[in-house]
Ligand binder design. Structure first.
Ligand code: ADP
Length: 401
């Protein structure tokens, strides 16, 4: 079975074609600048790479181009579109309307469009455009929506509710939903496999630390709490997002800066986080370079990031009543030894014995492999696990079929 995984943004469309028998990526690539002049598709397949400079006024043309790249005479990996058994679409927010991977039907699309767009205005409309385009270009091919939120659907009420009027929660659906679910699911199940244990026996904290960062408590394979909230703005401070902040401070700041509601939310999403603290960059490579040169605000941003991550690990160990494993994943989690060290060094009291050498040795992206960075006799295992959200989307789609 071959599954096409599609991740559509407002002006981009990333894809992978995965063979489910071997779980190998047959082809992958991405369209950039859809709807903007100078659009192009960078495609890999069959051991080669090609750039298609084509006008892509919309996502329909983009998906048509992807399909022709998949059948290209040089880098093509299939002979006909019919070889694609299904399409799995990445979707960010589900609200309470979908709590699992869902087969695409006209009715499902209507619910998605009418009910969830306001929950993720930057992501869901763009992704839905990608689904609509595929429905048009590939009629008859089964498609699934795989939500970033579904892995978190197992959270108990006490974890996902905010301390607001319960009737307002019911009426408006204001609660914690969580994000990066496919990643948390993937790395927690990989951790169990690596440790040779049944996931039902394990208490794991998964730290997905990337441009957007979230931390989850995974007890017995089920998510019981997560750091992102109603939107991906919550939790620890991120590249440009503030993370948790007192709601009254938001109103105060908006008043002082003369900003509207929309403007202050945009500010908290785009101008804060480590970029705001450092005044230098949202990228950890720049922050590390800044710290080396003695930039104190870069050091402060790095310190805050590790401190907040550590607090979540501690809180989630308490929430689960124990801890067997900490997983680091995503751009920062996989590539920044100093962050991992600062998080773990303060956790000896929980039974974490850190292996600094192994941590430093795995300074670069760990080549797609799992790395153990705790000491052999550490009660709590610490692992670096490269995430693979596309594979989870493909697996979920295959399972649904
Ligand atoms: P996204 O959330 O956009 O998917 P990623 O998980 O790819 O992002 O993480 C991107 C971030 O990872 C970058 O902004 C950067 O801060 C960090 N990063 C990537 N590579 C490195 C590296 N070699 N060293 C330190 N940080 C890195």
């Amino acid at each position: 079975m071959k599954i096409l995984v599609v991740n559509a943004g407002s002006s981009s469309l990333k894809y992978q074609l995965i063979d489910m028998e071997t779980e190998k990526v047959l082809a992958k690539g991405g369209c950039e600048r859809i709807g903007i002049r100078g659009s192009l598709l960078k495609a890999k397949g069959n051991g080669g790479e090609k750039v298609f400079n084509r006008d892509m006024p919309d996502h329909k043309v983009a998906i048509e181009l992807v399909l022709s790249a998949l059948q290209d005479k040089d880098i093509g990996v299939i002979k006909s579109m019919k070889e694609i058994d299904a399409v799995g679409h990445r979707m960010v927010a589900s609200g309470e309307y979908f709590n699992k991977t869902t087969l695409v039907t006209e009715e499902v699309m209507k619910t998605l469009e009418e009910k969830t767009f306001e929950l993720a205005p930057l992501h869901n409309p763009a992704a839905a455009t990608g689904v609509r385009a595929c429905m048009e270009v590939m009629p008859g091919t089964p498609m699934a929506l795989v939500f970033d939120t579904s892995f978190h659907a197992t959270m108990p009420e006490k974890a996902y509710l905010y301390g607001i009027d319960y009737d307002d929660y019911k009426k408006y659906g204001v609660r914690k939903y969580g994000f990066h679910g496919t990643s948390h699911k993937f790395v927690s199940s990989e951790a169990a496999k690596y440790l040779g244990k049944d996931i039902s026996e394990l208490k794991i904290v998964t730290c997905h630390l990337g441009n957007g960062s979230s931390i989850s408590a995974v007890d017995g394979g089920k998510c019981v709490d997560t750091s992102m909230g109603f939107t991906p703005l919550a939790g620890i401070l991120m590249g440009t997002r503030s993370g948790d902040i007192d709601a009254s401070a938001v109103e105060f700041l908006a008043r002082k800066k003369g900003m509207t509601h929309a403007e202050i939310i945009e500010y908290l999403n785009k101008k804060c986080g480590v970029a705001g603290i450092s005044g230098v960059s949202s990228d950890f490579r720049d922050l590390l370079a800044g710290e080396k040169k003695g930039n104190k605000r870069c050091s402060l941003a790095l310190e805050m990031f590790a401190y907040q991550t550590k607090k979540y690990v501690g809180a989630y160990a308490a929430a689960m009543g124990g801890l067997d494993c900490i997983v680091f994943t995503a751009g920062i989690g996989e590539n920044t030894p100093t962050v991992r060290e600062e998080v773990c060094e303060g956790l000896k009291f929980l039974g974490v014995k850190f292996n600094k050498r192994a941590n430093k040795a795995n300074g670069g992206r760990s080549g797609g492999k799992i790395c153990e960075i705790s000491a052999k006799n550490s009660k709590v295992k610490v692992l670096i696990i490269p995430t693979n959200e596309e594979l989870v989307i493909a697996r979920e789609t295959a399972e649904l079929l």
